[in-house]
Design a binder for this molecule. Sequence first.
Ligand SMILES: CC(C)(COP(=O)(O)OP(=O)(O)OC[C@H]1O[C@@H](n2cnc3c(N)ncnc32)[C@H](O)[C@@H]1OP(=O)(O)O)[C@@H](O)C(=O)NCCC(=O)NCCS
Length: 167
Amino acid sequence: MSTVAPRPSSIAPAASLGAFIRGMQEVDVERVAAIERQSFTTPWQASTFRTLLGRTGAVLRVLEVQGDPVAGYALLWCIGDQGELANIAVVDELRDLGLGAFLLDAVMEEARARGVESIYLEVRTSNARARAMYASRGFEEIGRRRDYYEKPREDARVLVRRLEPTR
Ligand SMILES: CC(C)(COP(=O)(O)OP(=O)(O)OC[C@H]1O[C@@H](n2cnc3c(N)ncnc32)[C@H](O)[C@@H]1OP(=O)(O)O)[C@@H](O)C(=O)NCCC(=O)NCCS
């Protein structure tokens, strides 16, 4: 795991950025795809997100902040009591401000409300920032997938977060 630069001493909490989470809509998709291209070497197309809108089990959420209606997004698959976090990203210039964790917390809450008991995900071994975020939210490594990613070829760490039932 590569090292991550120290965090700035004053971190604006999500609340002070006017952050909130809402459902993704058709009008958001082009901007979501632009953040996707900025974030991943094998990005999903806008058409893929469009197809997923309204698909049963696909939870598509957008992070909105003051002055930016699409500052990040997440996609969670829910199947029965299992969830798979397929995608999460925050626009480059707003990273390290707590927004990724804010978005992840919201998605975890939504999963719990839908009866999901375990959320699984894969993350690049070299993605220290994402791995730090998942660790801070209680995700634990349960395995590795060899050569899972391309561009560059790299192993994935498989993580899981067990959720406490709502009641
Ligand atoms: C991964 C990503 C979503 C994180 O979003 P972010 O807004 O930058 O992250 P946050 O500022 O909310 O930080 C989340 C946690 O990560 C850790 N973290 C973040 N930046 C850190 C840094 N520079 N040093 C150490 N820990 C750090 C902290 O534990 C933090 O939790 P805390 O604020 O409760 O302490 C964002 O970096 C991103 O979009 N990356 C590109 C896409 C990507 O890699 N997605 C994940 C695919 S698996």
